[in-house]
Design a binder for this molecule. Structure first.
Ligand code: R5P
Length: 310
């Protein structure tokens, strides 16, 4: 088995290699003068079980293209099997046609990765589970909920905790966390009037005097999160903390979170944290390296990956 990384999340790739007790594979991923991507694999991969770690996070198109070119390089270097390890799968939010004449970008990206030559995909908390079906190659979608629930148990008194989904679409994910923590569940009924804006309408469930734990897959602008936190506090919640797998945190999101009433935002390292994230007083990052490392190990050993979540 050999593990390589593009430029999106080398820190996570190194932590995964540390868990696997392997050196990170040697590869150059750099730019020509005109910004085209140049890749060179600097060690033999002929006959190897190769894992390429790359989140398709900002700058999404560059990171996606790096991944495709790395897969192509591995294929042409006679790797036996190539697994694209994509801790954050970008373009996932365009997973259906919400209106006429719109694309399904998640399917297009799945096609690109497959056509480049990936044999398998290993990813984490896909925005919608059905995206697995967009790939006609084996795709393992890992869940961050065991890591998140462990962190909640270590840091919060569960007696007063209420798990909250920030929108109706996230109820299944929130229910999974509530079940693991044996806590009650509430829902914020969010109506989004325009793309990129969110509006909180209603809180379903009595959150008075509760320590609320919001759970979601993505925090991008921070609008959904901060509006939901505001609504919960207005309804009498004692505190609001958020557990979110993918810290996209674009534009002024970090400033929005730091100036909000959120007690804490806990994200994972599926996207490499920026220095702004690292220095934010109420944002904490927990690592997925053990989870992804163990999934890689099991894939390589042809062992069950789903039993990681039993
Ligand atoms: C939406 O369906 C997702 O699960 C997130 O709630 C959304 O992407 C968060 O975006 P933002 O932080 O920009 O409100």
């Amino acid at each position: 088995m050999k593990v390589f990384a593009g430029n999106s999340n080398r820190l996570l790739a190194e932590a995964i290699c540390n868990y696997l007790n392997l050196p990170l594979g040697k590869a150059t991923v750099r730019r020509f003068a005109d910004q085209e991507i140049f890749v060179e694999i600097q060690e033999n991969v002929r006959g190897e079980d190769v894992f390429v770690v790359q989140s398709t996070s900002f700058p999404t198109n560059d990171h996606l293209m790096e991944l495709l070119i790395m897969i192509d390089a591995m294929r042409r270097s006679s790797a036996r099997r190539i697994t694209a390890v994509i801790p954050y799968f970008g373009y996932a939010r365009q997973d259906r046609k919400p209106g006429p004449r719109t694309p399904i970008s998640a399917k297009l990206v799945a096609n690109l990765i497959t056509e480049a030559g990936a044999d398998r995909v290993l990813t984490l908390d896909l925005h919608a589970g059905q995206i697995q079906g967009f790939f006609d190659i084996p795709t393992d979608n890992l869940y961050a909920v065991p890591i998140l629930s462990r962190d909640v148990k270590e840091n919060y008194d569960l007696k007063n905790v209420m798990v909250v989904s920030p929108d109706v679409g996230g109820v299944v994910r929130a229910r999974a966390l509530a079940k693991r923590l044996d806590c009650q569940l509430a829902i914020v009924d969010k109506r989004r009037e325009r793309a990129g804006e969110s509006e909180v309408m209603n809180v379903i469930g009595d959150v008075t005097g509760k320590d609320c734990l919001l759970i979601d897959d993505i925090v991008d602008s921070g609008g959904t999160l901060c509006n939901a936190a505001e609504a919960l506090l207005n309804k009498g919640a004692t505190s609001v903390t958020a557990y979110i797998t993918h810290g996209v945190l674009s534009g002024g999101a970090v400033a929005r979170v730091t100036s909000s009433k959120l007690k804490e935002l806990v994200i994972t390292d599926s996207i490499q944290p920026t220095t702004a994230v690292q220095s934010a007083h109420n944002i904490r990052v927990i690592s997925t390296s053990t989870l992804i490392g163990e999934a890689i190990n099991r894939t390589s050993q042809e062992e069950s990956v789903s039993s990681l979540f039993d």
